[in-house]
Design a protein around this ligand. Structure first.
Ligand SMILES: C[S@@+](CC[C@H](N)C(=O)[O-])C[C@H]1O[C@@H](n2cnc3c(N)ncnc32)[C@H](O)[C@@H]1O
Length: 353
């Protein structure tokens, strides 16, 4: 069964060379870097991809080196020069780690934002692990497109080649509904009316999927030129359950045949899955149809996610539609009240979110 995992705090890193997306970056601490390293699924896949992509004499660019482990791996693989870019203060730790491993003459740690800094030469290989639960994390696609344009030679080798996004309707124990409207006699309406318009991280088991996963989108990192991602998927429900929302995860194809997946059925990796909740959980039965139109749109510094979900009962044909967007979380309270009033006046007979 699923467990809910606390989301990451977003923080203003307030770097002197702050890039356009810096406000929306996620801040990691040293425990986070150790936790990433300790995830064998992720670390072994990256080390295999680095060994496959880096050739002796290469110039390697790593974006988001963290504490510098993969930069050292690139140097060990024979790189002539490694530019290890890191926007947070952990860059100082990376410098020390690089020196401890005897590669200070090969690896140059650059403390800054990859989107704004310039390198003295272009790289033959790109290493990046900017992903989180979703590959859209940290404005990764915009950063990779910018790196291809400014930091890399044409046809540079990438350690991550392709991301496929998968989705499935799912049940989960990780619902906010258990709190009710008045926990301890205090209204949480201000939270409740927004919280199901935001995705959250869950750890699903294979049995939480109510239908087989379908491909939502495929992103080729050698050509990606837009940060926006979209997909439309339809399922026929296979198992009776309470559909809490649509779970989304990724499979990454990497250099040398390495791969990472955070699928519910895959070996448990650090990431977990993203749950895009329905406004209200829905009982579903085998044969029911579920359709979702899912969008991730980078607006300024923030990804706005929208997921329009339709459920059609196999028993009586009754359709229920939800229109949801993380924009609701960003709207001022007055706009939320106006939106609620519009919903109340909606005369279509369908439920809308
Ligand atoms: C998921 S962590 C991976 C860290 C490291 N590669 C590792 O394996 O431990 C992503 C790192 O990218 C950094 N980062 C995110 N956006 C960046 C940017 N635009 N420029 C430079 N570093 C960035 C973050 O501060 C973070 O340290």
């Amino acid at each position: 069964m699923a467990e809910r995992v606390a989301g990451k705090r977003r923080a203003d890193l307030a770097r002197p060379r702050r890039g356009p997306f810096a406000l929306n970056m996620v801040k990691y601490d040293l425990h986070d870097y150790d936790a990433m390293l300790a995830d064998p699924e992720r670390t072994q896949a990256y080390l295999a991809a680095i060994a496959a992509a880096v050739r002796p004499g290469d110039v390697v660019v790593e974006i988001g080196t963290g504490a510098g482990f993969f930069a050292v791996a690139a140097a060990r693989a024979g790189a002539r020069r490694v530019y290890a870019i890191e926007c947070s203060d952990v860059a100082d730790v990376a410098r020390e780690l690089v020196a401890d491993n005897g590669y200070a003459d090969i690896v140059e740690v650059l403390h800054g934002d990859a989107l704004t800094l310039s390198l003295p030469e272009r790289g033959d290989v790109l290493i990046e692990d900017l992903r989180g639960v979703l590959p859209t994390f940290s404005h990764r696609f915009a950063i990779i497109a910018d790196a291809r344009a400014r930091h890399l030679v044409p046809h540079a080798r990438l350690t991550v080649l392709r991301d496929t996004l998968w989705a499935a309707p799912c049940q989960t124990l990780a619902s906010d509904a258990s709190l009710g409207e008045m926990p301890y006699g205090i209204s949480r309406r201000a939270v409740a009316r927004r919280i199901r318009d935001v995705w959250w991280r869950v750890r699903l088991g294979a049995s939480d999927q109510l239908a087989a996963p379908r491909e939502l989108a495929r992103i080729d990192l050698e050509t990606v030129s837009t940060p926006n991602v979209a997909g439309d998927v339809q399922w026929t429900i296979e198992h009776r359950g309470l559909m809490e929302g649509i779970a989304v995860w990724f499979d990454a194809e990497m250099a040398g045949g390495a791969a990472i997946s955070n699928a519910p059925a895959a070996p448990r990796a650090l990431y977990g899955q993203a749950l895009f909740p329905l406004t209200t959980a829905l009982p579903v039965s085998p044969g029911d149809r579920v359709h979702v139109a899912w969008r991730a749109l980078l607006v300024g510094e923030t990804y706005v996610y929208s997921w329009d979900t339709t459920h059609e009962s196999a028993v009586d044909g009754r359709a229920t539609a939800f229109r949801q967007s993380s924009l609701a979380e960003l709207l001022p309270a007055r706009a939320v009240r106006e939106q609620e009033a519009r919903r109340a006046n909606d005369s279509t007979g369908h439920r809308h979110a």
